[in-house]
Design a protein around this ligand. Sequence first.
Ligand SMILES: [Zn+2]
Ligand SMILES: [Zn+2]
Length: 240
Amino acid sequence: MIKKLYSIPVTEVFEEDCECPLCLLHERLENESVGYCLGPSLMETDQRLELNKKGFCKKHFEMLYYSRENILGLALIIDTHLKSTTEILKNKFSDALKPGRKKDPELTKLAAYLHDEQSSCAICDKLDATMKRYIDTMLYLWAKEPDFRIKFNSGKGFCLYHLAMILDICGKSLKQDKKDDFLRELFKLQTENLDRVGEDINWFARKFDYINQDASWKNSRDAVPRSIQKLVGYFRKYSV
Ligand SMILES: [Zn+2]
Ligand SMILES: [Zn+2]
């Protein structure tokens, strides 16, 4: 049942012509999560407690703010989160200054707390958990559905961010005999498509040479955003 629930969106994104179908899923989920945080989840005590505790990373605070969905809801989350963070910090500040404490280890601990606090994010955690389920479903479909396997192999591969996630998960999801086949197909697909994007970006740069000014752009007009996506995953156009 769970697999069925996840297999529809996975099959859908593999119909799209893009550099990484998992980036499409990620982007959809991210937009839904931002809407959800400022909507229904504020009504559920468990969810609200989690948002208050974890807060958000910089990217997701920006998305929440610029979505202009529910500025009061956002203010209430920040109010609670900032209060508890300030309380924790006050205690840590006074701990660090206690007589007899070695300063350097205390400061290292304090800095580590702040680094964790900056990266702690309710949306990132939810995205990560759901993307793992989607990837698990993708591997299941690859193994069980011949039509999906054809689609998988005729796609454009994945960005390197999602490639790493696939490699992490396929070790647990696929049996050894299937895993070897899968990796062979995946690496072939990935190599061909990295080469293709590499040729596009190379031609894009060479088009600036006056010798090539009258030549066709071929498939390179959007090679810069496509090759960045291939390297690090989808990045949003910064129109807020
Ligand atoms: Zn991706
Ligand atoms: Zn985040």
